[in-house]
Ligand binder design. Structure first.
Ligand code: PLP
Length: 450
């Protein structure tokens, strides 16, 4: 089909996720055609692009992994679908849940398998409500999250997301959804050094719980590193401090590892780096590396047992979906996890962190780069018009759009947050030569635009 006809069909029929519907109609879309050789994309005009964002921070094992394709094809031939309802199951779903239990921290031994991150967050909210009802504390129904956080766009979960675009016109947050300030070291609303930021964040959580009423709060949701809010990297120790505070406050601690899971920040899960064992954990993206959709909600032995024991034997816990634990997605996830562990993908991601860090650090010499930050292979640069004053660019300049287009012309894909933050999430199979190309193309792009 010609590129022109495809664009016309797109304009007339396809609703894109998180897009300006009218603007998009006029500008059209860029149609990607192939992903190959780990880190490369080609569009339908033949233009080659280095993907420095792993699709949407998900293709952690890289493009063109034949063993993943074969795992999906073999499962499709054998059993393309099996419901998890009515006591049915499939071997890949069962093996995947067991594998996740082996990998996850603490006693996170139980997985509900979803279609993605938003559904995992939504399942977490529903089952936390169920947990407090089952344990005789039905008044604990308030949820606290972090400003700039992203927890997907389900009808309730989008209220825990704290980004205006996801609230506008959707009547969220709901009255039982609350936020505390983000730990944003560069533009630190909390003030002080790392220890002070952590102390103030814990104090903010305590104050919010006190304001709502200690016996009314159900759970605290956070990302170990905030992704869509602009790759906000909290000080080391923050996650552990928040986890401990939740334990003391008697509220559930939910780690949203949809982005940070599966090696994105170095270890298999970001919680591991701080010895944190959450009560619940949400996963997606790197679970299947984007080859097919899948997410997971994991819960601790204690949370699982409380719901199970609080529900009379034989009575249904009414949460589920046709495609929960889809056998093809589970087979893909098992193969992707094998690649992380047995084919050196996780280890390569860890080995590349210093290369990525050095490349980011060198960008600080650019007159308009105010901040660089990263954890593992999750990073960002923040642009300013005045370094000393940390002054952001005037949004009227439309910088994000120009940077994206120029980067694209220079054969590089990254993502902009607002007008001034450029985010990077290279696949864990990036090598030193890929990083060299990434930073050379990025520098050329900044020089051409600014
Ligand atoms: N949670 C976090 C931290 C995310 O970054 C995302 C997506 O980017 C989600 C949840 C929602 O996941 P999905 O887009 O798969 O629904």
């Amino acid at each position: 089909m010609s590129a022109e006809s495809l664009l016309a069909l797109d304009r007339n029929h396809l609703i894109h996720p998180v897009a300006a519907w009218r603007g998009h109609e006029q500008r059209g879309v860029t149609v990607l055609e192939t992903g190959h050789d780990g880190v490369w994309l080609r569009d339908n005009t033949g233009h080659e692009l280095l993907d420095a964002f792993a699709g949407l921070w998900c293709v952690n094992v890289g493009y063109g992994r034949d063993s993943v394709v074969e795992a999906a094809a073999a499962q499709m031939r054998k059993l393309p679908y099996a419901t998890g309802y009515f006591s049915f199951g499939s071997e890949p779903a069962i093996r995947l849940a067991a594998k996740l239990a082996e990998l996850a921290p603490g006693t996170l031994n139980h997985s509900y398998l979803t279609l993605g991150g938003s559904e995992a967050v939504d399942a977490a909210i529903r089952l936390i409500v169920q947990y407090y009802n089952a344990t005789g504390r039905p008044q604990k129904k308030h949820f606290i999250a972090v400003e700039r956080g992203y927890h997907g766009s389900s009808s309730v979960g989008s209220g825990l997301t704290a980004l205006p675009a996801f609230h506008r016109g959707f009547d969220v947050p709901l009255p039982n959804q609350h936020y505390i300030p983000s730990t944003y070291p560069y533009r630190n609303p909390l003030g002080g050094d790392d220890a002070a930021i952590i102390a103030e964040s814990v104090a903010a959580l305590r104050a919010k719980v006190a304001e709502i009423g200690a016996d009314q709060v159900a759970a605290f949701f956070c990302e170990p590193v905030q992704g869509s809010g602009g790759v906000v990297v909290p000080p080391k120790g923050w996650l552990k401090a928040m986890r401990e505070a939740c334990r003391e406050l008697d509220i559930l601690f939910v780690a949203d590892e949809v982005i940070t899971g599966f090696g994105r920040t170095g270890p298999m899960f970001a919680c591991e780096a701080e010895g944190v064992a959450p009560d619940l954990m949400t996963l997606a993206k790197g679970l299947t590396s984007g080859y097919v959709p899948m997410g997971a909600l994991m819960m601790s032995d204690a949370v699982y047992a409380a719901i199970a024991d609080g529900t009379p034997a034989g009575v249904t816990v009414g949460h589920g979906a046709t495609y929960s634990g889809h056998p093809v997605a589970a087979a893909v996830a098992l193969e992707v996890i094998r690649l992380y562990e047995e084919e050196g993908i996780l280890a390569n991601g860890q080995a590349m962190e210093p290369v990525f860090a050095a490349g980011l650090q060198a960008m600080l010499d650019h007159p308009l780069v105010g901040d660089v930050r990263h954890r593992g292979l999750l990073g960002a640069i923040e642009l300013v018009s005045d370094k000393a004053a940390k002054r952001a660019f005037d949004p009227a300049l439309g910088l994000a759009d120009r940077l994206f287009r120029t980067g694209y012309r220079n054969g590089l894909i990254f993502r902009s947050f607002g007008d001034h933050i450029l985010g990077f999430a290279p696949a864990l199979c990036f090598g030193p030569d890929h990083f060299e190309q990434l930073f050379a193309r990025l520098k050329r792009t900044l020089d051409e635009v600014l």
